[in-house]
Design a protein around this ligand. Structure first.
Ligand code: 5RP
Length: 242
């Protein structure tokens, strides 16, 4: 019975992910250069873009934010280019682990935060796809992912620990998770206390060994949010899609 209920809940979450992922494709216009995010929600976006290319003749190119997304994009027939070749992107669609009322994000649950931020910062606009579990008033209940260099990573962890109220854990433990860049991920337990994500991002980035922090501030322009009540698009009034 419990297993059966769990399956129903999982199906429900998956359905919401697919709704948000597909609905976000309404932001895509013919001729656009797209950033392709990483994760189980944007997975549905990538598949839908592939479908529109083959069924509707949509003409777009993409820059993937991870090797997993690269493989999926190639499989569904999205022409891929590099950021350098693109000369700048029109739009990135990506997932998030949390977003707050100011459209600040925690990202990196899938470990792709560094490439995701590089691609997002090269895009004119960013649309996040999410289900309603990701909406919070204050960031931090989701452990903040920080990519660090493997070199003497314990030292970097100790410096981060000195400013983090909770545990800082090496993702993967004794078999560390390795990012596409060859880095490690430290998951930092701040708790729902990150009220000034910008200054925390700057502080963490000043620590030697930190490659990138999973806080995205002033980057997200809209969130396509799926809940059992339907799909809602939240527009950032300080962003460029208003
Ligand atoms: C990967 C990410 C993902 O976008 C984030 O973890 C959300 O993923 P999902 O849609 O699977 O919940 O930042 O680095």
């Amino acid at each position: 019975m419990i297993l059966y209920l769990l399956e129903i809940i999982m199906d429900d979450v998956e359905r919401l992910k697919s709704k948000a992922g597909i609905a976000a494709c309404d932001f895509i216009k013919d001729g656009m250069k797209l950033g392709l995010g990483t994760g189980s929600t944007v997975h549905y976006t990538v598949i839908e873009i592939g479908r529109r290319i083959s069924d509707e003749g949509l003409n777009v190119v993409g820059v993937p934010t991870s090797e997993v997304t690269r493989e999926l994009a190639e499989k569904v027939g999205i022409p891929l280019i590099t950021l350098a070749e693109s000369g700048g992107l029109d739009l990135i669609i990506d997932g998030a682990d949390e977003f707050d009322d100011n459209f600040s994000l925690i990202k990196g649950g899938g470990g792709a935060l560094t490439r995701e931020k590089i691609v997002a910062q090269s895009s004119k606009s960013m649309v996040v796809v999410a289900d309603d579990r990701k909406q919070v008033s204050v960031l931090g209940a989701f452990d903040l992912p920080v990519e660090v260099l493997p070199f003497e990573w314990e030292r970097t962890r100790d410096r981060i620990s000195s400013m983090c109220p909770g545990k800082v854990s090496l993702r993967g433990g004794s078999s560390p998770f390795i990012t596409d860049n060859g880095g490690y991920i430290l998951d930092c337990r701040f708790g729902a206390s990150i009220s000034d994500p910008q200054s925390l991002e700057i502080t963490l980035l000043s620590i030697a060994g930190v490659v990138e922090v999973g806080l995205f501030v002033d980057i997200c322009d809209a969130v396509v949010l799926a809940s059992n009540g339907g799909v809602l698009t939240l527009i950032n009034q300080s962003g460029c899609l208003r």
